[in-house]
Design a protein around this ligand. Sequence first.
Ligand SMILES: C[S@@+](CC[C@H](N)C(=O)[O-])C[C@H]1O[C@@H](n2cnc3c(N)ncnc32)[C@H](O)[C@@H]1O
Length: 193
Amino acid sequence: MAEKHQKGFLLFNRVCPVGLTWVLDNFFRRWIHNPRKIFNGLVKEGMTVLDVGCGPGVFSIAMADMVGKSGKVIAADLQDGMLEKVKSKLNESNKAIIKLHKCGEDKIGVNEKVDFVLVFYVLHEVPSQEGFLREIKSILKPGGLILIIEPNFHVGKKAFEESIATAISMGFKCEKGPKVFGSRAIILRVLSF
Ligand SMILES: C[S@@+](CC[C@H](N)C(=O)[O-])C[C@H]1O[C@@H](n2cnc3c(N)ncnc32)[C@H](O)[C@@H]1O
């Protein structure tokens, strides 16, 4: 399932390079992928949220506004260069809310429990989707949610359905995700530990 998808991934070396962050972080992206619309009802004040594969931090910064001073955002990425980009955006109002975290090659490595995990344009890049989702499951508080969003142009319907099947086999309940331009989205809720 996820392994088949994986082969394509390895062939094309899919980890998004730091030099391409302008594609992810620009006015147009923030307009078509308006964080307030996408996370409406999912991210609330006081929550602890994990933005795994945060890249340049477009959504970490936005979620910091939404969780407010009583909440926390863990901006996690494999690449130091991405975390540097997020760091450069921290200001007086969000620097106490956003915690930067460096992931390992095949381990996210976050030790605290979170209410919500964002996996935006990341799942198709990870070495093992099952291992990645299993670790996220262990990081989530009971009743916690994962929002997975994948780009249509990289991830076909079949590959996305295979990822969903993997999640279901691991005890996640799938719920309809928000509408996200040019993307496939799904919400996973933890059913069993
Ligand atoms: C296409 S970018 C998306 C960035 C951001 N989520 C966004 O939508 O703007 C994918 C990001 O996931 C990160 N990434 C890939 N594999 C990862 C892994 N196993 N653990 C953590 N981050 C990973 C990459 O370094 C890159 O920053």
